[in-house]
Write a protein that binds this ligand. Structure first.
Ligand code: AHR
Length: 661
């Protein structure tokens, strides 16, 4: 089966050499332009639920702890009532408890029981009365005037009499922004939905559910979504954040995480089947980064989002082992890895195979039918699967990885498996991961490194010497330590080297992607946000400039630079769909640097080109208050077949040139 996958890549390379020699093999002065086909999927995204990227972030749910499943094992101070406030305005009183005896779903054991005993009617009191609960979401709910919010919850009436519920969205003063009512009626769990139309706006609002009559009832999965989500998907994404990703035109998205995938112990592994179906059926769990995952943003939503932004899905499944830092200190070389017992591996392997059927199988297949029932009868066209995340390459890992790898290869030779080579650019796990990849011919290996900008500048030639007949590379996680312009420009220099090596490097993604202000576990990130604002780092702009200007053919010898100056880097690609030639010039120096460009021998160019430049002071950073300190600027540029380009200090320039058909 490996042979088939080998063929997949070999085919691309042979075809490319053939076509490319027809595209360009021209004598341009002293040097010959050489063309090679490069990966069309080179620049993508890695989404991990870290820094409140999912719940409280991209996932548009406004209620926090909607299912009363928060627990002290996640944060010592948490309980099932965390983020809920018991309220009894107007001299009312009642009882509140969290129970588990007759849950809505075994996956979701806790639910709320509310017993309004007295609704205050004091003489002379004119304010609101009732017994109920209040939730202020993730540091407040953003409510916009004129917009619709959809509330849903499950309830079970425990008293003989129905209970009238007043539902409202309120500002900090308790003024009503939107309101509606519901009366409980069913003695069995039943879902209730109600629309709330906001007549006024508030950035830090609360949801209030107030019983206006006495009785007793149970409630669970109290969920509030804006009607306007990205592409108006129900259970969807926050549209402003999602749009920033869509704007990048990523070729793929790796999800649901790195460490989050393999988890803090076997019970904490991310199991995809726990994350599909109705939100009330999903298994919520502790997030390895110290908070809670509702799994509301689950596999269906990830796949749908990939489709909505035109990216290939790249799910990462645990290799049957947990994170090596399980229960221990977070350090490279942790020894806490736990492995699934071999007796459980057949079931686990079946889980991996079922994912492929769920994503790609016909709607008549067992798992394809679940995808169709969720609203997507067509295949999701899954091509890549990651097995493992920077795991410690132990004998236990190797054994389980091979079992999964062989089973997937046998049943699904069309799937490209991405293996793993540890958490660093070198070292024991790197060596062992690559050795294993070479031994069993894993098609693509995932490398990770977080290091200094200087490292990125001085290691630009890393992939030039990699074996071209072995596994391909996925640079799945990388970032230089910081969000200043200099960090982004160092990454840009490295990305030109990824293009130069795009025959070997199939995929790459910066990490981490999102960080919610004040809810952050990882310092250097690509996009910072709070409930209303987004800060795009210079690193985001570099990633976007590359991914929206990618090509599938690489030309060497088009741009000539001072070979001794590794702080200047450049690449030239062509997008064969549009025919456009794209030049990227990076200058990590603090002075202007010139490069010579010779386009003779390439397709005939149209002189009216555009240049997009990101440049500025090396220490420039973007903030919520000033998001425009370091942003790219696009202007027209007249180009000739041969010209000299002076690149601004600390800059990335992209010149996009149209060609005649
Ligand atoms: O990107 C943050 C973390 O870095 C990932 O979860 C992990 O794979 C890596 O160590």
């Amino acid at each position: 089966m490996y042979k088939n996958q080998g063929l997949f890549f070999t085919k691309i390379i042979f075809t490319s050499v053939f076509c490319c020699s027809m595209v360009a093999q021209a004598q341009t002065g002293k040097s010959v332009i050489a063309a090679k086909k490069i990966s069309p999927d080179l620049f993508g995204l890695f989404f991990e639920d870290i820094n409140y990227a999912a719940d409280g972030g991209l996932y548009a749910e406004l209620v926090q702890n909607r299912s009363f499943e928060y627990d002290p094992t996640e944060k010592k101070e948490w309980s099932p009532l965390s983020y809920w406030e018991y309220i009894s305005p107007g001299y009312s009183y009642g009882k509140i408890s969290v129970e588990t005896t007759s849950p809505l779903n075994a996956n979701n054991p806790h639910y709320l029981v509310l017993e309004p005993l007295h609704i205050g009617k004091e003489a002379g009191y004119s304010g609101e009365s009732g017994v109920g609960i209040k939730n202020s979401g993730f540091a407040g709910m953003v409510i916009r005037a004129g917009e619709k919010y959809n509330l849903s919850f499950f309830a079970r009436q425990l008293s003989e009499t129905p209970v009238l519920l007043a539902i409202s969205l309120q500002n900090a003063k308790g003024e009503i922004l939107a309101e509606n009512t519901i009366t409980t009626g069913s003695k069995n769990w039943q879902q209730y939905t109600v629309a709330l139309h906001a007549k006024a706006a508030f950035d830090s609002a609360s949801l209030v559910i107030l019983a206006k009559s006495t009785g007793r009832f149970a409630m669970d999965v109290i969920s509030l979504f804006p009607e306007k989500t990205f592409k108006n998907r129900p259970n969807g994404m926050r549209s402003d954040l999602a749009q920033k990703l869509a704007d990048m035109k990523p070729k793929f998205i790796r999800f649901p995480g790195g460490c989050l995938s393999h988890g803090d112990g076997l019970e904490n592994m991310y199991r995809w089947k726990n994350t599909i179906g109705g939100i009330e059926e999903r298994v919520e769990q502790r997030n390895i980064w110290g908070y809670h995952q509702t799994a509301g943003l689950g596999y269906y939503e990830y796949f749908q989002f990939c489709e909505d932004v035109g990216a290939k899905p790249l799910p990462v499944l645990p290799a049957g082992v947990s994170c090596q830092n399980t229960g221990g200190t977070w350090r490279v070389g942790g020894t806490g890895q736990k492995a699934l017992p071999l007796t459980e591996m057949n079931d686990y392997i079946q889980e991996v195979l079922d994912l492929i059927e769920w994503a790609n199988g016909p709607a008549t297949s067992v798992w394809g039918a679940k995808r169709a029932a969720a609203g997507h009868p067509a295949s999701f066209n899954l091509q890549y699967i990651g097995i493992g995340n920077e795991d410690k390459i132990t004998p236990a890992f190797e054994e389980r990885f091979k079992m999964i790898y062989n089973a997937v290869n046998t049943k699904h030779p069309e799937i490209i498996i991405v293996g793993t080579a540890g958490p660093g650019p070198n070292g024991d796990d790197y060596e062992k991961g690559w050795k294993l990849a070479d031994n069993i011919a894993v098609p693509v290996i995932d490398e990770h490194y977080y290091t200094s900008p200087e490292w990125f500048i001085s290691n630009q030639y890393r992939y030039d010497s990699y074996n071209r007949s072995g596994s391909g590379v996925y640079l799945g996680e990388y970032a230089s330590w910081g969000n200043k312009l200099r960090n982004a420009i160092a990454e840009a220099a490295y990305m030109t080297a990824l293009e130069r090596n795009g025959d070997l490097v199939k995929l790459s993604s910066y990490a981490p992607l999102f960080a919610k202000s004040n809810f952050t576990q990882w310092k250097t990130d690509m996009i910072f946000f709070d409930n209303t604002r987004i800060c795009l780092t210079p690193n985001y702009h570099v990633q976007k400039m590359f991914s929206t200007n990618s090509g599938d053919v690489y030309f060497s010898n088009v741009i000539t630079k001072d070979d001794k100056d590794s702080a200047v880097a450049a690449s030239c690609v062509q997008d064969s769909k549009t025919g456009d030639i794209i030049l990227k010039i990076v200058n990590y120096n603090n002075a202007l640097k010139s490069v010579s460009i010779n386009l003779a021998g390439l397709s005939a160019i149209i002189p009216d080109a555009i240049q997009t430049i990101l440049s500025g002071k090396p220490d420039a950073e973007n903030t919520f208050e000033n998001n425009d300190n370091a942003v790219p600027v696009t202007t027209p540029l007249q180009v000739k077949k041969k010209f000299v380009y002076a690149a601004a200090p600390m800059s990335l320039t992209i010149i996009r040139i149209k060609t005649r058909k």
